[in-house]
Design a protein around this ligand. Structure first.
Ligand code: OSB
Ligand code: MG
Length: 368
């Protein structure tokens, strides 16, 4: 297939509640929604870069810029385009994995819709529903945190992830365990807020039987994670550090993690995300599907990925209403702690035109 053009929309969606992490507080989710147009139909992609370069170096307006100036024009040169050709074609451009992932996703969606095949089938899903966890932001007080966790457990979420940072770590975990008991699947995510010198402090989390501690140290500090992993009983899981299947293989080999969070945007797309799944499965390393506060577009694809056999831990694939009052697709709704994996052609969902228009702040059409 050959691309006719790509539409890039910037959207701004108010979150139902502020989401605070060790790197900042989000109240509005800004993102890019891509529409790849081909003679055989169109496909949708979502770029998970955030407004500011705080989670990683990418950010929304830089992603829009690199897509417009370099990535989309490069794909426009390819006469016989399919999804596996996207990453090799874009490889000369360094970095910008989230922007590349969005474009590959839109091409893959176009291809699969045209062929009547789903993301789930294409990626190798083995389940039609996936159990869901929820990521709970840093709160102003322990009582506020306990209220939030109670609400999510009542809604049916099967696993709780607490965002932590220095000053908000051992006490919130202790309080959640004390209130909700030992049986709740519980984990924490530091988003790089510590250094290896904090090892003894973080070891105070050991008695609470956490599933894992996610990305305690700097993105580039793989050896630090290996050192820390030797000092903790809590398993170390990497998020920010795992930017490719090679990075996953290296981290596992170095003993830097025993669990991996897979986010397709962070690694350059769903095809690389599947390779990470495969590398981890070959090493017996459990993986789970992370989230980036996606709209229904990104969520649909994440659910397909989370249905692969190696995804043995609940992911951050929460229901639409955990994030947004109104999603841009039909909302994903929790049922018995699980979400359904879409089975229709491509993503199996589409933006509702009025809902998408409502949140669009700018639109650029790149003809090819
Ligand atoms: O580190 O997993 C993270 C959200 C934005 C950026 C980074 C992270 C997160 C989350 C929430 O933890 C995941 C979600 O519910 O989509
Ligand atoms: Mg994380």
């Amino acid at each position: 297939m050959k691309l006719t053009g790509v539409e890039i929309r910037t959207i701004a969606m108010p979150l139902v509640a502020p989401f605070r992490t060790s790197f900042g507080t989000e109240t509005v989710r800004e993102a890019l929604i891509l529409r790849a147009v081909t003679p055989d139909g169109e496909g949708w992609g979502e770029c998970v870069a955030m407004s500011d370069p705080l989670y990683s170096s990418e950010y929304v307006s830089a992603a829009a810029d690199v897509l417009q100036r370099f990535l989309v024009p490069a794909l426009g040169q390819v006469e016989d385009l399919d999804a596996p050709a996207v990453a090799p074609t874009l490889a000369p451009f360094k970095g910008h994995r989230m922007a590349k992932a969005a474009l590959e996703m839109a091409v893959l969606d176009a291809e699969l819709r045209a062929e009547g095949r789903s993301f789930a089938r294409e990626l190798g899903a083995v389940r039609d529903r996936v159990p869901c966890g929820v990521s709970v932001g840093i709160m102003d007080s322990i009582p506020a945190l306990l209220d939030a966790v109670a609400g999510y457990l009542d809604a049916g979420y099967v696993r709780i992830k607490l965002k932590i940072q220095p000053g908000w770590d051992v006490e919130p975990v202790r309080a959640v365990r004390a209130r909700f008991g030992e049986d709740v699947l519980l984990q924490v995510d530091a988003n790089t807020a510590y250094t290896v010198a904090d090892a003894r402090h973080l070891a105070q989390l050991d008695p609470f039987d956490l599933l894992l501690i996610e990305q305690p140290l700097d993105e580039e500090d793989v050896l630090g994670h290996a050192e820390l992993a030797r000092q903790l009983r809590t398993p170390v899981c990497l998020d920010e550090s795992i930017v490719s299947a090679r990075a996953a293989a290296d981290a596992i080999r170095l003993g830097a993690c025993s669990i991996v969070n897979v986010k397709p945007g962070r690694v350059g797309g769903y095809l690389e995300a599947r390779r990470i799944h495969d590398v981890c499965a070959a090493h017996g390393v459990p993986v789970w599907c992370g989230g980036m506060l996606e709209t229904g577009i990104g969520r649909a694809a994440n659910l397909a990925l989370a249905a692969l056999p190696g995804f043995t831990l609940p992911g951050d694939t929460s229901a639409s209403d955990r994030y947004y009052r109104t999603d841009i697709t039909e909302p994903f709704q929790l049922d018995g702690g699980t979400l359904a994996v879409p089975s229709g052609p491509g993503l199996g969902v589409e933006p509702v035109p009025e809902a998408l228009d409502e949140v669009t702040t700018s639109t650029t059409w790149i003809p090819l």
